[in-house]
Design a protein around this ligand. Structure first.
Ligand code: UD1
Length: 335
């Protein structure tokens, strides 16, 4: 049995599908602050297997104790957390409470119950404005906002906990830009309010829900002047978690991996690819740069390939087609 915190969320739900399909049993713990319980049913529809669902918060030590006492978990996959860099600037304490204090409560419960196998959801945001591309795992961390700092603090905590107790088996996964959705169209990203991220915004413009994409800057030192990112299909990302889990069950210590494709695409390239996938015209306007954005960011994914035997296989076309299918499904079900 694997405990998945935040298993109803975007990346967590896709990882639950991969876990169940690989034959693992799954217990999801989620406080539903940014997701819906109906995701559990959709995971079951996709896989034919129903995960156990516990509604609750990782900061609730008593609930964690109950859960660990009643189950024998082989490992924990920890996705639960807040993830908006912009929001973290205006509500830093909330980010540190959920992401740092919450993670600490979970790790302490794991220690109390001797479950010392963990996959931790981190982010390429820990790199900030990296000095060299592609970004390797040893690139010095310089997270530019409380969100990135909260994730980096948890990484450091884990490093210290592993140094003090060599029985821990920990895998830290730094995600680049997750996009796409499951092929079934049953699970995907459901941003609340106006999307901050590029892909959901583009999808909503293509669907006619928003008028026009604001492109934040076309004067970057990139081939077409718009920002370049390493977009990775969420199903590839989820598959990376299974590989990381299998590896950590056999290897102690703490291991950090980038999960990205190693290939960057510009905002303009993404827009054109999405137009092709959707058959829709996507109006855009060029706006000033967004504060805190970097010109280009993409991973060196070789460490994960070497150590885990994992590599992203979905291309930009599938990322757009799958996002578009999901977008149409949420539009149809929210009428
Ligand atoms: C953002 C976060 C990052 C987080 C990542 C994954 C910021 C500054 N960074 O990264 O910490 O880890 O999401 O969720 O918020 N763009 C537009 N118009 C839009 C939206 C985006 O032109 O309406 C451009 C951006 O300028 C950027 C690219 O699209 O060049 C990707 O943006 P986004 O999807 O927000 O991801 P990141 O900025 O890479």
């Amino acid at each position: 049995m694997i405990l998945v915190t935040g298993g109803c969320g975007y990346i967590g739900s896709h990882t639950c599908v991969e876990l169940l399909s690989a034959g693992y049993e799954v217990t999801i713990m989620d406080n539903l602050c940014n997701s819906k319980a109906e995701v559990v049913g959709n995971i079951a529809r996709i896989t034919g297997k129903t995960p156990t669902f516990v509604e609750g918060d990782i900061r609730d030590a008593q609930l964690l104790d109950q859960l660990f006492a009643r189950n024998t978990f082989r490992a924990v996959m920890h996705f639960a957390g807040l993830k908006s860099p912009g929001e973290s600037m205006s509500q830093p304490a909330r980010y540190y409470e959920n992401n740092v204090q919450g993670s600490l409560a979970l790790f302490q419960a794991m220690e109390r119950h001797s479950v010392l196998q963990l996959v931790f959801s981190s982010t390429a945001a820990v790199y900030g404005n990296a000095s060299a591309l592609p970004i390797r795992e040893d690139s010095p961390p310089q997270p530019p906002n409380p969100y990135g700092r909260s994730k980096h603090m948890v990484e450091q905590m884990l490093g210290d906990m592993v140094s003090a107790n060599l029985a821990w088996h920990v895998s830290i996964l730094r995600y680049f830009n997750p996009v796409g959705a499951h092929k079934s169209g049953l699970i995907g990203e459901r941003p609340a309010g106006v999307p901050n991220n590029l892909m959901p915004y583009i999808a909503q413009v293509a669907a006619g829900e928003r008028e026009c994409l604001a492109i934040f800057g076309n004067d970057y030192p990139t081939p077409d002047g718009t920002g370049v990112r390493d977009y990775i299909h969420v199903v590839d990302l989820a598959a990376g978690h299974i590989k990381a889990l299998e590896h950590l069950l056999k290897n102690a210590g703490v291991h950090i991996y980038n999960l990205g494709t190693g290939r960057g695409y510009s905002v303009m390239e993404m827009l054109r690819a999405f137009e092709q996938a959707s058959g829709r015209n996507i109006p855009f306007s060029i706006q000033p740069r967004r504060a805190g954005d970097v010109a280009a960011s993409y991973a060196d994914p070789q460490k994960a390939e070497r150590a885990l035997g994992w590599k992203a296989i979905h291309g930009i076309n599938e990322m757009c087609i799958d996002t578009w299918r999901w977008q149409q499904n949420i539009a149809a079900t929210s009428v």
